[in-house]
Design a protein around this ligand. Structure first.
Ligand code: GLN
Length: 187
């Protein structure tokens, strides 16, 4: 499997819930590298942008001068999984690599956290258990973006080329299918 024993899968480890992604990837046999500076991007075969606090993560990315190299690698086809704050990072107002506009904390104050079973288009098997924690949704998207799942008409999972963005955490529910998707595409 790509990423196993060979080139590592990067996990952006500036802030937030990166460790659950690392455990998930290692459980699938991948070699993981925590990405904290631009040189950590060298040689990775895929990348996870985890959940957390998107403002803090974006500040860290800019502090480390990683925004431009991240844009370049992703534009060149590096497979990426963005979860929750990671989805926000991919959008037009942040890294600007995915043609989506994320609305932060979109489910409102009353519904800060909830779980749901989600059927993702293109993913075989039973619905995916998804944990939403102060989650965004995708308020707008361009024609190249394929919507994979919605809740009450709001887009919560989408794909554009090698980028997969989900508003929720499947790594916390123990579902490995998104990480398997990433490893299957790893360069
Ligand atoms: N509410 C967070 C943000 O806007 C995202 C929450 C999460 O990643 N679990 O950055």
């Amino acid at each position: 499997m790509a990423g196993s024993g060979g080139r590592p899968v990067g996990v952006l480890a500036i802030q937030g819930g990166f460790e659950a992604h690392e455990r998930m990837l290692e459980g699938l046999g991948a070699t993981v590298r925590e990405v904290r500076s631009r040189s950590d991007l060298d040689g990775i075969c895929a990348l996870v942008l985890p959940g957390g606090e998107s403002t803090a993560i974006m500040h860290g990315v800019e502090r480390e001068a990683m925004a431009e190299p991240l844009r370049e690698r992703i534009a060149a086809g590096l497979p990426v999984l963005g979860s929750c704050a990671g989805l926000i990072l991919l959008d037009r107002d942040h890294l600007g690599v995915m043609d989506i506009r994320a609305q932060r904390n979109a489910f409102g104050r009353q519904v800060r956290s909830f779980e749901a079973d989600i059927k993702l288009r293109g993913f075989a098997g039973p619905p995916m258990r998804a944990v939403f924690i102060r989650a965004p949704w995708i308020a707008e998207h361009g024609v190249n973006v394929e919507v994979l799942a919605e809740i009450d008409g709001h887009v919560v999972a989408a794909r554009q080329g090698e980028m997969l963005a989900v508003a929720f955490h499947s790594e916390l529910a123990g579902d490995a299918r998104l990480h398997q998707w990433l490893l299957a595409r790893a360069q």
